[in-house]
Design a protein around this ligand. Sequence first.
Ligand code: ADE
Length: 224
Amino acid sequence: MRIDIITVLPELLRSPFEASILKRAIDKGLVEVHLHNLRDYSTNKHKNVDDYQFGGGAGMVMMIEPIDACITKLKSEREYDEVIYMTPDGETLNQGMANQMSMLKNIIILCGHYKGVDQRVRDHFITKEISIGDFVLSGGELAAAVVADSIIRLIPGVLSNETSALTDSFQDNLLSPPIYTRPAEYKGWKVPDVLLSGNFSKIDQWREDKALEHTKNRRPDLLE
Ligand code: ADE
C-alpha cells in the first residue's frame, strides 16, 4: 500500500512514522508513506498556499491551484483508490472504515488548515472526507496520522500473531475484555483465577462474557 499525505506542515507528520509498528511496516516494505509539502506547489513567489475568503469573514482559505498541482502530479504517476480530505465535518472514523481502507492500494490524504480548503477542491478532487471526532484540531495533520495508523496496523503482515488486530476492541463491535500480566497478585489485588486455570475454553468464555459486560456498560450503542 502507498499513502501520499499532502500538508503544509510535513514536520508534524514525520515522527509518527519513525517509531514502533509504523516504522517496522515501512521497513518491511508493507507500506510506503510519502509526505508532500504543499508550499512546493505554490504558484506565487511568496510560496503562499492560502488567501482571503470571498465574501469576507475571518480565517484564510487554502487555495485550489497548489492542491490541484500536487494531486494532478501524483495522479499522473499512478492510480489512486481514494483522495481523502481530513475535516471535522467529514464522516467519523471507525474500525469498519479502517478495515476497508486497509485493503486499498494507493490513497492520498489532504490535510486541511486555516479555515479549510476552497470548496471546489472538495467538489472536484476529494472522494472521501474523514473526521476523527467531534472536536476541532489546529490542522488535519494529527488526524491524518490517526487515520494512517488505524489503516497500516491492519495490513496483513504488519502485526505479529501476539498483537493480532483480530482481538482489538471494535473488531466484533465489542470492546476488549480486561487483560492482566505478572505478578498474579500485587498488594493483595488478584488476577481472576480463571486466567491462571489453564482451561482455555473457560478462559475464552470468560473473555467473551467480560467483553459483552464492558460493552454494555460503556458503549451500549455498539450492541444496537
Ligand atoms: N481537522 C481539524 N479537526 C479535525 C478533526 N476532528 N478530524 C479530522 N480533521 C480535522
